[in-house]
Design a protein around this ligand. Structure first.
Ligand code: FES
Length: 114
């Protein structure tokens, strides 16, 4: 695993989401929740709206496109119309900085078995 620094913790206040270019084809949205910091692909699996423009609610992020909520721990959509998971990424908070491993998205199936 190769973690890269995404941002400072202060760049993503509690209850908010921000997007960062970590060198991949698609930016990664970093979400700061009361349950921890999460990273999710910044592109909805339904109709390609940026998830970083959505609302944070607990451990979920609601797409502004058509209202699907995604579980930030697994990337699974919890509501229609989206039916396909969005990749989520390992996150490490080290001091005041947030690091993400953009090359190793977690596999949705792994989370189903937890
Ligand atoms: S684009 Fe996200 S729910 Fe439709």
């Amino acid at each position: 695993m190769t973690y890269v620094r995404a941002c400072a913790l202060a760049d993503v206040p509690l209850g908010t989401v921000a997007t960062f270019d970590l060198g991949g084809e698609i930016d990664i949205a970093v979400v700061n929740t009361a349950d921890g910091v999460f990273a999710i692909q910044d592109l909805c699996s339904h109709a390609e709206y940026p998830l970083s423009e959505g609302d944070v609610d607990g451990c979920t992020l609601e797409c502004i496109g058509h209202g699907s909520r995604f579980d930030l721990r697994t990337g699974f959509p919890l509501e229609l119309p989206a039916t396909v998971p969005v990749p989520v990424y390992p996150v490490r908070v080290d001091g005041d900085d947030i690091f993400i491993d953009p090359d190793n998205p977690k596999k949705a199936q792994e989370h189903n078995n937890e």
